[in-house]
Design a binder for this molecule. Structure first.
Ligand code: GTR
Length: 326
């Protein structure tokens, strides 16, 4: 009888597993502004696969891409409140909330993407992730966001003089407002989802972003000039709501942390491939690309931005350590 029951139970368990009835005790809802197939979206989906596999199907992730859960600044608040569990966002929109994140958002703070990797993969990167804990968030991992450059609908920008009087959308961070001001332009902080129409209707002249965002947002259709001044290399970040985090056991928290870490190399590969593909598509569409820009005057123009935002000994020390990192 017992034997019979055990066999039956085993059968039931197999069928239940196969039909997914035992799957996903916890489903973490994750937000992303980008469309399906974008490297950040794929990376969090991949992280979810790792998590599901390693938890025996108990812990799952569902990615709500294409800003289905809202624009970044709003989703950050929702994540702090525990309405959204996971959020993949640029570090930029955190600047006005978590002071330490400003150092990674300073123009030209990173000499190259490789330099950025060396910093975020090391102690400084971890210290800044840890700073999220004071703001109801758990910093899990950094993803790539390439280098950001200016694009506009009006004219080729070949030097700072061309920026004079032009208006650019920036992410909602005072650092970026001051950055555009320092170049003689007018900055308009606005949600990502409003940029296309704003350029199209002439409400603003342009914006700034990396190749994959310039392409996937369609902004290249309305802004025909892209100047590779590469003023920002802002990493992306994957954060979790502390409220959702505290609902997990210590073991499950570690599974989440590790899956996030393990999604980073996957993300970097995806990113590189997408950067190339996006660049190819934008060039083929006939956008005028202004390359070989002399960055020195741009870098020099950023002194007031540093003076304005690097205001404490702690921030100054972070900037020096970043600059000293190979
Ligand atoms: C993208 C970034 C997004 C978002 C967007 C923006 O490069 O991946 O998270 O911050 O830029 O400019 O709002």
């Amino acid at each position: 009888m017992t034997k019979h029951l055990t066999a039956l139970a085993a059968f039931a368990a197999t069928t239940a597993l196969a039909s997914g009835a035992f799957a996903c005790e916890v489903t973490l809802r994750s937000s992303d502004t980008h469309p399906d197939g974008y490297p950040t979206v794929s990376a969090v989906q991949y992280m979810g696969e790792l998590l599901e596999e390693r938890s025996g199907g108990r812990l799952c992730v569902e990615v709500f891409h294409s800003a289905q859960l809202g624009e970044e600044a709003d989703t950050i608040e929702q994540t702090q409140l525990g309405v959204i569990d996971l959020n993949r966002v640029s570090l930029g929109p955190f600047n006005n909330i978590i002071e330490e994140t400003k150092v990674f958002s300073l123009p030209y703070i990173f000499r190259s993407v490789e330099h950025m990797h060396n910093v975020v993969d090391g102690e400084i990167g971890q210290e800044i992730l840890d700073a999220f804990a004071d703001h109801d968030l758990i910093g899990l991992a950094y993803y790539d966001g390439g280098a950001r450059s200016f694009y506009n609908s009006q004219r080729p920008i070949t030097s700072i003089a061309d920026i004079e009087g032009m208006s650019f959308r920036v992410m909602q961070s005072d650092v970026f407002v001051d950055m555009v001001d320092a170049l003689g332009g007018n900055a308009t902080p606005m949600p990502y989802g409003e940029v296309y129409t704003s350029i199209q209707t002439g409400a603003i002249d342009g914006a700034e972003n990396n190749w994959p965002s310039f392409e996937s947002s369609g902004h290249y259709e309305v802004a025909g000039y892209y100047t590779l001044d590469e003023h920002l290399i802002v990493p992306e970040v994957l954060v979790m709501s502390e409220i959702s985090w505290n609902r997990l056991s210590a073991e499950d928290q570690e599974l989440v942390r590790q899956a996030a870490r393990d999604s980073v190399p996957f993300m970097r590969e995806q990113w590189q491939a997408r950067e190339e593909a996006s660049e190819e598509l934008v060039r083929a569409a006939g956008v005028e690309i202004i390359e070989d820009i002399d960055k020195t005057p741009f870098i020099e123009a950023m002194v007031p931005v540093y003076e304005r935002h690097v205001t404490s000994d702690a921030l100054r020390a972070l900037v020096t350590r970043i600059q000293e990192t190979e």
